[in-house]
Design a protein around this ligand. Structure first.
Ligand SMILES: Cc1ncc(COP(=O)(O)O)c(C=O)c1O
Length: 401
């Protein structure tokens, strides 16, 4: 801040509040609550239900039963909606719970879904193995071919599904091109924004209709909660959550409380993770033991251009493709002393995993090859440790190869 700037009167009343301010205050206590600064946990399965509320109950306006609605889970949903610029949202027991709800609510026999080939492993298996059982056809868009998405939609397309940056190859895809293809088909675009986070990217501003998160990751941020979220405008959300009460992948109030606590610091954490990841990319980009450093925008000039227009920061994920294949990757993991060898991502502690053995183990070797996931790929989720300590740990693990 320039000298004297802090002395200027600050009237933000007419302006939307900045991201970090919204992150801290989006889930403020719903009512008086004894003056508590932090919203309490409504750890209750059910609620008093006097007969005179019967009419309101029919309109979904009262709390009845926590699988359907709970003040703590509603607050978590409201906070994520706020950060994504959505009208409304809902939280789920996991990211996969959010996705299952959207897919099962929006698609039926004879419908088609157009999906990026390059998605989280369990998302791929749901689309590949489960949807065809109900007569839902999946059309896959190959990696790096966002320009072809408009050619793949048809009159039967109801939903388009993509991620950017992708897991684990960190490719950047054109959200606006996908949104245009969805409009052409009269379909909805759902973007999994887990890797980017709302700190770095808001897909709804780029034309998406729905955004989902594995809130297990950056939104919670401390590797201690499994949670998911789906947010968007009211009308598509009503359609996408039509079966939510019935499917029952409801977030527990205690988990919602932890999620809310994580959300308050997501901006501070993710900006630091953006910065540390960038330092690690620069440090190791010329290392002879590494075939390739994968990071959003590094794949091509076009992806660099896309990342600079649709992202505010590049995120805290870095993947290293090691020379020497799986044995090198395993030795590298075994050599790490600070970075935990573990799946998942987005926490305060750095984690490293082999997608071939974790997130993408259900894919065939051919499917992995088509997605650029080679056996020597190590995915690193950069935490909040000092960048020099992380670089030292990676350096000493590489030296053992
Ligand atoms: C990009 C992405 N989407 C969805 C999921 C699934 O989320 P959850 O594990 O919370 O069900 C994951 C989990 O790793 C993920 O990385």
């Amino acid at each position: 801040m320039a000298k004297g700037e802090d002395e200027k009167p600050r009237d933000r009343s007419k302006k939307a509040k900045a991201f970090d301010t919204r992150a801290v205050h989006a889930a403020s206590p719903p009512d008086y609550n004894a003056g508590a600064v932090v919203a309490p946990i409504y750890q209750t399965t059910t609620f008093h239900f006097p007969a005179e509320l019967s009419e309101a109950r029919n309109h979904g306006e009262v709390h009845l039963y926590t699988r359907l609605r709970n003040p703590t889970t509603s607050q978590a949903a409201q906070a994520i909606s706020e950060l994504e610029g959505a009208e409304t949202g809902r939280v789920f027991a996991s990211g996969m719970g959010a996705l299952s709800c959207a897919v099962l609510s929006l698609l039926g026999t004879g419908d088609e879904i157009v999906a990026l080939e390059d998605l989280y492993g369990n998302t791929i298996t749901m689309l590949r193995d489960l949807l065809p059982q109900w007569g839902i056809r999946v059309r896959w868009v190959p990696q790096g071919a966002s320009s072809t998405v408009a050619d793949l939609v048809s009159d039967s397309t109801r939903l388009l599904l993509m991620e950017s940056p992708t897991n684990p190859t960190l490719r950047v895809h054109d959200v606006r091109a996908w949104a245009a293809a969805a409009r052409k088909a009269g379909a909805l675009l759902l973007v999994d924004n887990t890797f980017a986070t709302p700190v770095n990217q808001n897909p709804l501003d780029l034309g998406a209709d729905l955004v989902m998160h594995s809130a297990t990751k950056y939104l919670s941020g401390h590797s201690d909660v499994i949670a998911g979220a789906l947010v968007g405008r009211t009308e598509p959300m009503e359609r996408a959550t039509r079966w939510a009460d019935t499917l029952g992948a409801t977030l527990d109030p205690m988990a919602a409380f932890l999620l809310i606590r994580g959300i308050k610091t997501v901006g501070v954490r993710v900006r630091r993770q953006n910065e540390t990841a960038r330092i690690l990319v620069e440090t190791f980009s010329e290392d002879p033991r590494i075939e390739q450093v994968l990071y959003p925008g590094r794949h091509s000039a076009e992806e660099e251009r896309l990342a600079s227009v649709q992202m505010r920061g590049r995120g805290g994920m870095v993947s290293l493709s090691l020379r020497g294949g799986r044995s090198s990757a395993r030795n590298f993991l075994a050599g790490l002393k600070l970075i935990h060898p573990a799946s998942s991502l987005g926490g305060v502690e750095s984690l490293a995993s082999l997608p071939v053995e974790t997130s993408h183990r259900h894919l065939t070797p051919e499917e992995r090859h088509a997605r650029g996931i080679d056996d020597g790929l190590v995915r690193i989720s950069v935490g909040l440790e000092d960048p020099d300590d992380l670089a030292d740990d990676i350096r000493q693990a590489l030296s053992s190869l």
